[in-house]
Design a protein. Structure first.
Length: 466
């Protein structure tokens, strides 16, 4: 009886067993020695430079007004902007597994602002979305950390590098599979098959009376990163990079015109990382929406995806979809359009209000800089200030498209016999000359990061501008 039952079982299950065996053999053939499984597609969100400010530190008085007038950050609205951004991330369907924040988490590194940020990120984690952070130049050992009252400003408690790692332990450091002993860099695996290289490019350990905005990689940290990239390659992990400072120039002459915006020795470091397999890095720092690609040859390509500040126009949130099997990368951007109480009757939405806020403050900043540094007559300075601000605002928004008149005005300044006008012209041409690909919404091929939706050629853009 048992023998008949056994024979019957073998006969009925043989087709299924053969199918399993065939699939097993196929897997061995596909992923034999030296072959690694391709990671599954993923989607995630990116924000940068949220610069959150704890309002309990004070938002009134002449000292506070003077401080915020020297910058273009929406300091008072930083908390509600972060709330809205995280709500937008949490509302995505299907649910996103993680969020990257590329530094400058706080206004000026105030300890209470850091604790406030951690509170918001914990609420996001309770919804099933893990945040991963890295410090920015404002976050650690910042001598500008202040509190305010009607009578003036006072030093506020900041934090050290050790305290940063403690506060944000639930947001990258506790999840780390490896940590750099020389910096706050770490490696995490946000989803199986992907290694996040969260790279610390800040210089808080150099004792200074003023904040150091420029970035660099410590030689020991670079050596550690290269070793971990080699491990990622051997294990078949897809590397993703995140750091605060730009690792590539995002406009012609950026390293010369704005040296604090680009990593020190960026040209050497970027090639070194590309040769070791890092093709995609998410950065912040400049408060501009910008994506740029550099190809040294067909095998060594790097894409730097720079995300604008959450507290500066256009207040962006990026959504990224990555599919290694199809070799595709999709990046989409959403702006904050609605923020209760932040618009006037003349403004259609919050984005318009943010543009007005940023451009108005930028006009004051540029005017002061012109008064202090330029020898041009006051009337000429007043004439050029709006032109400079227009170029700066275009850089914030990304996908810069100068009209023919704007381009010719910058070119005429560059060719001027006046030294100041030449310098201004070079600055404006650098801002207007946006390097490919598109900065807000783009589709790319991962194998060589070719652009499937690239910018119009400059001749076409000029014709369209007419």
């Amino acid at each position: 009886m048992r023998a008949n039952h056994f024979n019957s079982t073998i006969r009925t299950k043989t087709p299924f067993l053969l199918l399993v065996l065939a699939l097993f053999c196929a897997l061995i053939w596909a992923y034999g020695p030296g072959e690694k499984a391709i990671p599954r597609p993923i989607a995630f969100a990116v924000i940068s430079d949220p610069h959150i400010y704890d309002p309990r530190l004070g938002t009134t008085g002449s000292a506070f007004d003077e401080t915020v007038s020297r910058d273009v950050k929406m300091v008072v609205q930083s908390g509600v902007l972060l709330e809205r951004a995280l709500a937008l991330v949490a509302a995505q369907e299907p649910k996103l597994p993680f969020l990257l924040i590329a530094g400058d988490l706080t206004h000026d590194g105030e300890a209470s602002s850091h604790r406030m940020m951690a509170f918001y990120l914990e609420a996001l984690r309770a919804k099933g979305i893990q945040a991963y952070v890295i410090p920015g130049n404002h976050d650690i050992g910042n001598p500008s950390a202040s509190s305010f009252e009607q009578q003036g400003a006072h030093p506020a408690q900041g934090i050290s590098a050790r305290e940063f790692a403690d506060i944000y332990a639930p947001f990258g450091y506790r999840q780390a599979i490896a940590r750099d002993p020389h910096s706050l860099s770490y490696i995490a695996e946000p989803v199986p098959g992907y290694w996040l290289f969260a790279i610390d490019s800040c210089r808080y350990d150099e004792k200074n009376d003023v904040r150091i905005d420029a970035g660099r990689l410590r030689p020991e940290s670079l050596k550690w990163i290269l070793s971990m990239l080699d491990d990622a390659r051997k294990l078949g992990k897809q590397p993703l990079g995140m750091m605060h400072h730009g690792i590539l120039e995002h406009s012609l002459g950026q390293a010369e015109n704005f040296p604090d915006f680009v990593l020190e020795d960026w040209d050497i470091v970027s090639l070194t990382l590309a040769k070791s397999g890092l093709k995609l890095v998410f950065t912040g720092h400049t408060h501009t929406q910008n994506i740029t690609r550099k190809a040294w040859d067909e095998n060594h390509v790097l894409l730097d995806v720079q995300t604008g500040s959450l507290v500066t126009f256009p207040n962006p949130v990026r959504f990224v979809a990555l599919d290694p099997a199809r070799s595709t990368l999709s990046i989409q951007t959403q702006r904050m359009l609605n923020l209760p109480g932040a618009t006037t009757t003349e403004q259609s939405n919050f984005s318009a209000a943010s543009h007005d806020f940023t451009s108005t403050l930028q006009m004051g900043i540029v005017a002061r800089e012109m008064d202090q540094r330029s020898t041009l007559p006051p009337s000429r300075r007043s004439e050029l200030t709006p032109q400079i601000v227009t170029a700066i605002m275009a850089s914030y928004a990304g996908d810069e498209r100068p009209t023919l008149r704007e381009f010719n005005a910058a070119l005429k300044l560059r060719n001027s016999n006046d030294h100041d006008e030449t310098a201004i012209g070079n600055l404006m041409l650098s801002l207007w000359h946006d390097l490919p690909p598109d900065d807000n919404n783009v589709e790319l091929k991962l194998n060589n990061l070719d652009v499937s939706g690239s910018k119009l050629p400059s001749s076409t853009k000029r014709q369209a501008a007419r």
